[in-house]
Design a binder for this molecule. Structure first.
Ligand code: NDP
Length: 246
């Protein structure tokens, strides 16, 4: 039997990049999948179609992570349409790189809203539905731990906040049999961080493996953390960064 058969998963930011790869991988593991997007309805519909073409069940929900009510609505829609919620994957996130002297208060508020507050909102909204065996998996960043160049102060701040949050909820939810873990990707070839982008060579110079990762590789780690074999792992963070941070 597929390891996620009978499970329902909600993935934020599943229309492109790492989130789309996670949606498709978890569907291949047998899960029913809801995915959110902000501005790419066609891409989200494409992910749903791909899953359905492989006899899976999926739905796309427009939900801007900066809007707390939209996240609550996305959780409610998932439960209403797919019958429950077993795994929450907080993937949606934005990058923002500037010298610290150039960041505005609006930049600060936006990155906190999308990269931190949205995770809190999704977890809060999901809690009434998560049962023993439930999983919360959040996509952080290797920059939560180490900042190898200039411009990333707010991004690193937002991702390192998730470390403390995940440890806190792991303690709160452990007695209920629900785990919470973080996946910290390094450079992964997506629209956010293309392998041929202006800083790609600098990023490769930091790696042990000298190559960008793929969404599918991150999705494989998420699939493990979503499945039954990870029962004894909680409050943990997993680097998947080609050796960037060693
Ligand atoms: P992409 O920019 O390629 O894709 C982002 C996804 O998130 C899209 O589905 C997008 O939806 C959605 N999204 C963006 N903003 C919002 C929002 N405000 N509300 C709801 N959904 C939103 O990013 P990646 O796939 O590269 O990144 C995914 C996660 O991985 C992020 O949390 C990122 O910080 C993290 N990460 C990525 C790394 C990389 O090198 N790529 C490295 C380390 C961490 P839409 O299509 O509608 O815009």
């Amino acid at each position: 039997m597929k390891q996620l058969a009978g499970k329902t998963v909600l993935i934020t930011g599943g229309s492109r990049g790492i989130g789309a790869a996670i949606a498709q991988r978890l569907a291949r593991e047998g899960a029913q999948v809801a995915l959110t997007y902000k501005t790419s309805p066609e891409k989200a519909a494409g992910v749903v179609k791909t899953i359905e073409a492989q006899n899976g069940r999926a739905m796309a929900i427009q939900a801007d992570g900066a809007d707390p009510q939209a996240i609550v609505n996305a959780v409610e829609a998932t439960v209403r349409e797919l019958g429950g919620l077993d795994v929450l994957v907080n993937n949606a996130g934005i990058g923002m790189y500037k010298d610290i002297s150039e960041f505005t208060i609006d930049d600060f508020d936006e990155i906190v809203a999308v990269n931190i507050r949205a995770v809190f909102m999704a977890v809060s909204a999901a809690l009434p539905y998560l049962k023993s065996g439930g999983r919360i998996i959040t996509i952080g960043s290797c920059q939560a731990e180490r900042m190898p160049g200039p411009g990333g102060a707010l991004y690193a701040m937002s991702k390192s906040a998730l470390v403390g949050f995940t440890k806190g909820i792991a303690r709160d939810l452990g007695p209920k049999g629900i785990t919470a873990n973080l996946v910290h990707p390094g450079p992964v070839d997506t629209d956010m961080n293309p392998a041929n982008g202006p800083t790609a060579d600098f990023q490769r110079s930091l790696m042990a493996l000298d190559t960008f990762g793929t969404g599918d590789e991150v999705a494989a780690l998420v699939a493990y953390l979503a499945g039954p074999e990870s029962r004894y792992i909680t409050g943990a963070g997993f680097l998947i960064d080609g050796g960037t941070n060693i």
